[in-house]
Write a protein that binds this ligand. Structure first.
Ligand SMILES: O=c1ccn([C@H]2C[C@H](O)[C@@H](CO)O2)c(=O)[nH]1
Ligand SMILES: [Zn+2]
Length: 136
């Protein structure tokens, strides 16, 4: 079954809710992310910026870190939500971190407009470097 069939509505609501909690006073670009783990749990995150701009953290990585801190290391699907007219796909740093914990994961990017992007980590990060490369 495709990863977005069963509970995509729940993930979409969680990602939208998360974007409302974004701390983005500098970019004014709120992002929310919500992922579903292999065990069926949902974790979400928003972007959290800082006056020292470079310390800002993306929504996607915050959602991943919530998952890991709760004892899970595998996710199957992630929704990324922005209140814009065009969709936002994860940045390069997030693609790398997403690959670590969900190399087969489905990715759905949604926005306030009609546009959406349904893709995969492997499509977003082809020929990825990952844990498998470290084993001889
Ligand atoms: O996929 C993305 C792209 C950007 N941001 C955040 C980082 C920064 O706080 C703001 C503008 O880049 O949006 C995310 O959270 N996820
Ligand atoms: Zn990012």
């Amino acid at each position: 079954m495709p990863a977005f069939d069963a509970s995509h509505n729940e993930l979409i609501s969680a990602a939208r809710r998360a974007s409302e909690l974004a701390y983005a006073p500098y970019s004014r670009f709120p992002v929310g992310a919500a992922l579903r783990t292999a065990s069926g749990k949902i974790f979400s995150g928003c972007n959290v910026e800082n006056a020292s701009y470079g310390l800002s953290m993306c929504a996607e990585r915050n959602a991943i870190f919530q998952m890991v801190a709760a004892g899970e290391t595998r996710f199957e699907a992630i929704v990324i939500s922005t209140p814009t007219q065009t969709v936002t796909a994860p940045c390069g740093a997030c693609r790398q971190v997403l690959f670590e914990f969900g190399p087969q994961a489905q990715v759905l990017c949604i926005c306030a407009g009609e546009a959406c992007l349904e893709t995969t980590i492997s499509e977003l990060l082809p020929h990825a470097f990952g844990p498998g490369n470290l084993t001889p």
